[in-house]
Design a protein around this ligand. Structure first.
Ligand code: SAM
Length: 236
């Protein structure tokens, strides 16, 4: 049976463990929803731990990974075929409902509330913000939201600062690399401390942006000197 980490993707082993732990623990009533499945690495982690997942990904070949923003149908179709094959190989195909749509078009495809939301779809500011607002609203009090590329991607980070930093709705729990975990607040206390915790992540964010700029400029050795893992293509 295929292990999730054998599937192409960007989730690190430590991040997969955090995702697994969040999905396996006792949660309030509600669905487990993933935005951005790619070839199924995180989907397999969630399905194995939670038992059932609604996976939303248009597989349009757009907003697919670093520098892959424009849609390209053949790329998306290849992802879709790999996704289905990987779910079958991992033995979780019957635990996943795939909604092949953009997240903004899929709100009506999930009925009821959400207990765990994993956000790893389009990383540009507008769609990332829309995911946090429109899908985040569906998460029940005490529920969990996990966001990949937090304090790493510029669009995702700005969206988190706008929507989550010091908000009434979200308590920042912490992060594993760029995987940030939030809890939907039951009470509104601790917001100032929460804002400060977001601001405290900004030096790490600046480091990640600098690493990306150096990698894109062909200066990988310099990027490694300021913290890029030599075995990783990009800071995750
Ligand atoms: C970074 S990859 C996801 C990686 C995946 N979570 C994993 O563990 O390998 C981003 C995915 O988001 C999808 N995507 C892009 N825009 C989207 C949107 N508006 N709604 C949902 N998914 C989207 C892309 O098709 C792509 O497969």
């Amino acid at each position: 049976m295929t292990d999730a980490l054998e599937i192409e993707g960007w989730l690190t082993e430590a991040q997969a463990e955090r995702l697994r732990a969040c999905a396996a623990r006792v949660r309030p009533e509600g669905a487990v929803v993933e935005i951005g499945s790619f070839r199924g690495r995180s989907t397999v982690v969630l399905a194995s731990a939670a038992g059932a997942v609604i996976a939303i990904d248009p597989h349009a070949g757009s907003d697919r990974g670093p520098q892959e923003i424009e849609a390209e149908a053949s790329r998306g179709d290849a992802d879709h075929a790999a996704f289905l094959a990987n779910l079958t190989a991992a033995g979780v195909a019957d635990r996943v409902v795939h909604v092949r749509k953009f997240s903004s078009d899929a709100l009506g495809d999930v009925s009821g509330s959400v207990s765990l939301l994993y956000v790893d779809g389009a990383h540009r500011f507008d769609p990332a913000r829309a995911d946090l607002v429109d899908w985040g609203r569906r998460v029940v009090p005490g529920g969990t939201m996990l966001v990949h590329d937090a304090f790493s991607s510029i669009g995702v980070t700005l969206a988190l600062l706008f929507v989550c930093a010091g908000s009434r709705s979200w308590r920042y729990v912490g992060r594993t690399g760029s995987l940030a975990e939030y809890e939907k607040r039951v009470a509104g206390d601790g917001r100032a401390r929460d804002l400060l915790r977001h601001l405290a992540e900004l030096p790490w964010f600046a480091r990640n942006v600098a690493i990306k700029a150096l990698v894109l400029a062909g200066r990988r050795r310099w990027a490694e000197r300021i913290g890029l893992d030599p075995a990783a293509p990009w800071p995750y």
